[in-house]
Design a binder for this molecule. Structure first.
Ligand code: AMP
Length: 425
């Protein structure tokens, strides 16, 4: 037997219906906030990710599916989509279009991580990006939009918020971190020892339990923010308070990708165990320029976005909203005798045209057997199409839940089926 490869999986009904529900809700919420959809390729040049995400990050350093193409160029399956969106923004000079660039995407991402519940090697993200403004109001609206999506999906999630300042702030913070780490780094994990030299900020993201007490005692970035970064963060917090959006300050929250600055956030779920981050995002002023956008006006280069993990979001919908995705089947149309197959098929067509989900029984089987199958398939009603009734324009409608049946005029069928849809909603 051939199995799906490690960390990659099939998603089957009824769960797929939950995925569709999430994606439909997201599209609708994005529409309300003026976003348009972008679809970018799943394969990009490896250089895009090493430049945009950062060669020193776990994602680029350890987790990408990278291969040499026949012409010797190095290609990678995308581990995330912001780099691609910004590449497209620069390639198509989207800032020349009027207004802000508001884009959303949905699709599979690939990271060679150690698989566990909520963590896969192929997973799906929905994300949105606003390019062309550094205003805290834009940051606020993105968070408000996410709160709406969370509410609409019946998921419970908490917003954790931080500001990680600008590169100059981080330069000062790095120095302070290194000074504080100097005496203790020898006792930390090998990754932290390496990060101490490459990017000490990443140490805050370490998940090794033994390192946590050391991390908890490190200075936070807050005191190293310059006045404009401090004011930006203060204004975002004022807007969140005014909009009634609750958040928790998370002074050690840093993101796994190098391109973030100023606003950094994530939404966490209490229902997911170790992999509790439902989504993450932040501001990435400077990335467009690093990928070739012009230096002025400065707004071209200012942007914020987020990516939510659909796989985890579905787990949260199941846990928090009790959602199963089970699609109710309204009707099983049963031909009583093989001769009634064609009329039964025709009736099923009419039933579906009226918006009811219908399957057709097998006229070669006995009526009792067909009713059994209809119940097993979860149909709410069975409609019996018999020779004698057909002549009279009548049908037998059987309520499979109540175990009752009656004869009705064929033309009234839709009215009698209506309760099935009401139950479904
Ligand atoms: P990131 O792109 O790392 O900021 O991740 C954004 C979101 O994607 C996370 O909060 C997760 O919900 C989800 N995510 C990231 N990596 C994985 C993975 N390997 N498997 C499933 N979901 C993931």
């Amino acid at each position: 037997m051939i199995h799906a490869i490690k960390g990659m999986r099939d998603i089957l009904p009824p769960e797929t219906a939950l995925w569709r529900r999430l994606e439909d809700q997201a599209r609708e919420v994005f529409r309300l906030y003026g976003f348009g959809e972008i679809r970018t390729p799943v394969l990009e040049s490896t250089e895009l990710f090493s430049r945009a995400v950062g060669a020193e990050t776990d994602i680029v350093g350890k987790e990408m599916f990278t291969f040499q193409d026949r012409d010797d160029s190095s290609l990678s399956l995308r581990p995330e989509a912001t780099a691609s969106v910004v590449r497209a923004y620069v390639e198509h000079r989207l800032w020349e279009r009027p207004g802000l660039t508001r884009l959303y995407y949905q699709g599979p991402m690939f990271r060679r991580e150690r698989p566990q519940k909520g963590r896969y090697r192929q997973f799906s993200q929905i994300g949105a990006e606003v390019l062309g403004s550094g205003e805290p109001g834009v940051d606020y609206e993105l968070l408000e939009m996410l709160s709406l999506l969370i509410a609409r999906c019946g998921v419970r999630a908490e917003l954790r918020l931080n500001s990680i300042g600008c590169p100059a702030d981080r330069g000062r913070y790095h120095q302070a971190l290194r000074a504080a780490l100097e005496p203790v780094i020898g006792g930390m994990c090998a990754d932290c020892q390496r990060r101490m030299h490459t990017n000490p900020l990443r140490i805050l993201d370490c998940k090794v339990p033994a390192d946590q007490p050391i991390i908890a005692a490190l200075p936070t970035i807050e005191e190293f923010l310059d006045a404009p970064c401090r004011e930006h963060f203060a204004e975002l917090r004022r807007l969140l308070d005014a909009g009634g959006i609750a958040y928790e300050l998370a002074p050690r929250l840093v993101r796994g990708l190098d391109y973030y600055n100023r606003t950094a956030f994530e939404f966490v779920s209490g229902a997911l165990g170790a992999q509790n981050a439902l989504l993450g995002g932040g501001r990435y002023d400077g990335l467009a320029r690093a990928l070739g956008a012009p230096a002025s006006p400065a707004s071209i280069d200012q942007a914020i976005g987020f990516a939510l993990g659909e796989d985890r979001w579905i787990l949260a919908m199941q846990a928090d909203a009790g959602a199963t995705g089970e699609e109710p089947l309204d009707v099983c149309v049963i031909p009583v005798g093989a001769a009634m197959t064609a009329p039964a098929l025709a009736l099923a067509r009419q039933v579906r045209a009226a918006g009811f989900a219908a399957i057709v029984g097998d006229g070669a089987r006995k009526l009792g057997k067909q009713l059994e199958i209809a119940a097993r398939e979860g149909a709410r009603f069975a409609v019996l199409v018999g020779e004698q009734e057909a002549v009279q324009g009548r049908l037998i409608l059987r309520d499979l839940a109540a175990g009752e049946q009656r004869e009705i005029p064929a033309v009234q069928l839709a009215e009698h089926l209506a309760p099935a849809r009401e139950v479904a909603r």
